[in-house]
Design a protein around this ligand. Structure first.
Ligand SMILES: Cc1cc2nc3c(=O)[nH]c(=O)nc-3n(C[C@H](O)[C@H](O)[C@H](O)COP(=O)(O)OP(=O)(O)OC[C@H]3O[C@@H](n4cnc5c(N)ncnc54)[C@H](O)[C@@H]3O)c2cc1C
Length: 382
């Protein structure tokens, strides 16, 4: 075993222990009360999760995408929502590390790594989701600053986070529209407020918010890369890691739902035997475990290519698409295995059933994802 492998094993053992001791016991209560798990944030800081993929040069753990994906999966096997506290935060960090100026890297990345500054990415608006180029949040130059005006919605970590990468329009007239888009790192302050906390089907306990920018003043020093018009590409460049991250969540949830169904099937008896002995249930369990294993392998394939710095847009898209659908299907199949008890909040499978569909929406809906996969197939064949 080489150094990297043994380090990964140590890290995963620490995560497993933390998940069992801290996450599992509070998941049901926090989800049902939609109560933010503040204690977990402090523990995540101590574990270094806010700097998981940030380079060691800037105080992060500098983990590979493969190790990071395994951490995310382990967490989501038990409870998906807490992964959202650091996942979109690391996409913001990744944008700065890839596209930021030296001064931005030196200022922001150490603060991101400790969690002193933490947040996520603000792309979506009430009238712009999949079609990001139609977003309207305006950033107008005013001396050495920019003034931001507009609304973002569905922003993870929007309430408890204190910093956000915000995609704006610096030039609404230019064509193609993406040339007029710029990304700013915005620390909360006057003019940057929470409109409202959004109620959700699942992914509860984690804050999703509407955010209002009303003449919010941000220094031109916070324009990522120091040049206007590159925001769309900067954000798109982070999507491979973002998709591997969602895929890792899906693979973890698909496995977690399978484990729950198996355990229940081995205990629950009907007609004088455990339901695991009925062929109809066996077929479900076999399909679920195969789907979960396939999802894990696709995540591994995409993450390994990413770590080798090979092009992996197709593989990350396939992993995201398959693993998120696997999470949805496995949580539904597990509901069937649990019978009537699947409908009770006393059993945690109902949370998986509510949480999983988000994975088909975030980081590019699965409809858009399939279009991206097909375009890449054509491009690679051409
Ligand atoms: C819990 C939660 C957390 C989120 N967190 C964040 C966050 O932190 N930051 C952030 O910026 N956003 C976040 N989002 C927003 C999310 O990224 C968007 O909801 C997503 O991009 C889809 O956009 P939309 O909801 O506007 O759907 P739309 O773009 O309106 O799409 C509606 C439907 O039409 C389909 N569709 C759209 N265009 C096409 C097309 N060209 N061809 C085929 N089908 C198409 C879509 O696939 C979808 O099925 C979050 C959302 C949720 C629910």
């Amino acid at each position: 075993m080489n150094h990297d492998e043994s380090l990964e094993l140590q890290i995963l053992a620490t995560i497993d222990k933390w998940v069992e001791q801290e996450l599992r016991p509070i998941a049901k209560e926090h989800d049902q009360a939609d109560e933010y798990p503040s204690d977990l944030v402090e523990q995540m800081k101590a574990l270094g999760l806010f700097g998981a993929t940030i380079s060691e040069t800037y105080g992060g753990l500098g983990l590979s995408a493969s190790t990071y994906a395994k951490i995310v999966s382990r967490i989501c096997e038990v409870w998906m929502a807490p992964s959202g506290i650091f996942n979109s935060h690391l996409i913001m960090a990744n944008c700065v590390e890839r596209a930021g100026t030296d001064a931005q890297k030196e200022y922001f990345l150490p603060k991101f790594a400790t969690g002193e500054l933490r947040g996520g990415i603000g792309l979506t608006e009430p009238d712009a989701g999949s079609d990001l180029q139609s977003l309207r949040l305006a950033a107008k130059k005013d001396g050495n600053d920019y003034l931001l005006n507009g609304t973002k919605t569905w922003i993870s970590n929007g309430i408890h986070g204190n910093c956000l990468a915000v995609l704006t329009k610096t030039d609404p007239t230019v064509s193609p529209a993406h040339r007029g888009m710029s990304l700013f790192i915005c620390e909360k302050g006057e003019g940057f407020t929470v409109g409202k906390k959004l109620k959700k089907l699942g992914y509860r306990a984690i804050d999703s918010a509407e955010l209002i920018f009303d003449n919010f003043r941000v220094s031109a020093d916070n324009l990522v890369g120091g040049e206007e018009g590159r925001g769309f590409q900067q954000v798109a460049g982070g999507l491979e890691l973002g998709r591997i991250n969602i895929a890792a969540r899906g693979a973890g949830m698909a496995k977690g739902a399978t484990t729950m169904a198996l355990n229940y099937a081995m205990e629950r008896k009907t007609f004088g035997k455990t339901i695991a002995e009925h062929q109809a249930i066996q077929l479900k369990l076999a399909e679920m475990s195969t789907r979960a294993a396939a999802a894990e392998l696709l995540v591994h394939q995409a993450a390994s290519k990413f770590d080798r710095q090979e092009r992996c847009d197709l593989e990350a898209g396939q992993a995201k698409f398959f693993a998120s659908e696997a999470a949805v299907q496995n949580s539904l199949d597990a509901m069937r295995v649990f019978g009537g008890y699947s409908y009770s909040p006393d059993y945690e499978i109902e949370r998986f059933y509510r949480d999983a569909p988000l994975l088909c929406i975030g980081e590019g809906t699965n409809e858009i994802q399939r279009m991206i996969i097909a375009k890449q197939m054509v491009a690679r064949a051409g």
